[in-house]
Write a protein that binds this ligand. Structure first.
Ligand SMILES: [Zn+2]
Length: 336
């Protein structure tokens, strides 16, 4: 019997399964990196204790999750991510800034977990918070040196561990954007957030919009592959975990649908999905050495497969209001 990590219900069902080889191909092209690809496949089998991982969904809170519910660790990310990418402006940043505008932030302390290169913190420093009141946690060494050079107080240790320096009730605001969906032991995460947060403090979380994930999987685009993302959060799942930890889910909103953004992402993602299939033109082009010519070839191949996306786009446009954009955003308050 599998228990939903979101709400604790036993009413869950299997959506599909992935093999270690399929998951490995999602991250690494074996033609391009044969050795790395083999190591990643082995590592995934070890992590899962077998050759497959299921993706299940809870019928009570809608939470979707990898089973086994285990996150990728440093070894996984070192093998799977060849070029780490650091985002710039995102809707969830703008939405959080809009929310902060209505709050008393003067002299308040903040922590961003998974701060990347500090793009979000750059947007809020001086405007809402003093630099000396801003802390940033990340694993990545490039991130840490950039964050430090910008004057933020940095932490490289896992905020769930007791070795993470800040004390109880350290922060008025905690930000966690596109991080929580990577995490297992979600009750430990929430217990720790609660511990670090002051009373009357607020957490802002953004995760992928699960409606977009299911659209992509149903229409032959990328799979939201474990063990990179292992949780598909919903408003109901956030509500359940907040309740268990005495926190209040004050707001939960889906990013609005934006046609131009949608089309751009869909073309890229469906090309990347095709490039996972051995012997396709997309796979061949994707595996060429990185150069300007390769980028142009990738762009042309992606455009060439676009007409086959028309049925998917027709579906998306006619369901735009429920489908929404890339992110699901939540404001969580510690009221007592
Ligand atoms: Zn559930």
């Amino acid at each position: 019997m599998t228990i939903c990590p979101g709400c604790g219900s036993t009413s869950t069902s299997k959506l599909f399964e992935v093999t270690a080889d399929e998951a490995s191909r999602h991250f690494i092209n074996p033609r391009q990196y044969p050795d790395r690809s083999r190591k990643l496949t082995c590592h995934l089998s070890d992590l899962w204790g077998g050759n497959t991982c299921d993706v299940r969904k809870c019928s009570d809170c809608g939470f979707g999750f990898a089973d086994p519910f285990v996150a990728g660790g440093a070894e996984f990310y070192n093998l799977a991510l060849v070029y780490p990418c650091f985002p710039t402006m995102k809707w969830e940043y703008a939405r959080t800034i809009e929310e902060l505008t209505g709050l008393d932030t003067l002299g308040k302390t903040t922590l961003e977990i998974g701060a990347g290169l500090g793009y979000f913190l750059d947007c809020v420093k001086n405007k809402f918070f003093n630099i000396s009141d801003i802390s940033a946690a990340d694993y990545n060494e490039i991130s840490l040196s950039v964050l430090e050079s910008k004057g933020f107080k940095t932490f490289s240790s896992d905020f769930r561990q007791s070795s993470f320096d800040p004390l109880k009730d350290s922060f008025d605001f905690i930000f966690m954007f596109q991080v929580f969906e990577h995490m297992d032991k979600v009750d430990d995460v929430f217990a720790r957030l609660n511990y670090l947060l002051k009373t009357q403090g607020t957490i802002f979380i953004a995760v992928p919009n699960e409606n977009r994930t299911y659209y992509m999987e149903a229409y032959g685009s990328l799979v939201d592959m474990p063990p990179n993302h292992i949780g598909r959060w919903t408003k109901e799942a956030f509500s359940a975990i907040c309740e268990r930890h005495g926190l209040q889910l004050s707001k939960c909103e889906r990013e609005p649908f934006d046609l131009a953004k949608f089309l751009k992402q869909d073309i890229v993602h469906s090309f990347l999905r095709k490039a996972q299939k051995p012997g396709t033109l997309s796979e061949f082009v994707r595996a060429l050495p990185r150069s300007k010519a390769q980028r142009i070839a990738q762009g042309l191949t992606a455009l060439a497969i676009s007409p086959s996306r028309l049925p998917a786009w027709a579906y998306a446009v006619s369901n735009a209001s429920t489908l929404g954009g890339s992110a699901l955003w939540a404001r969580i308050d510690k009221v007592s």
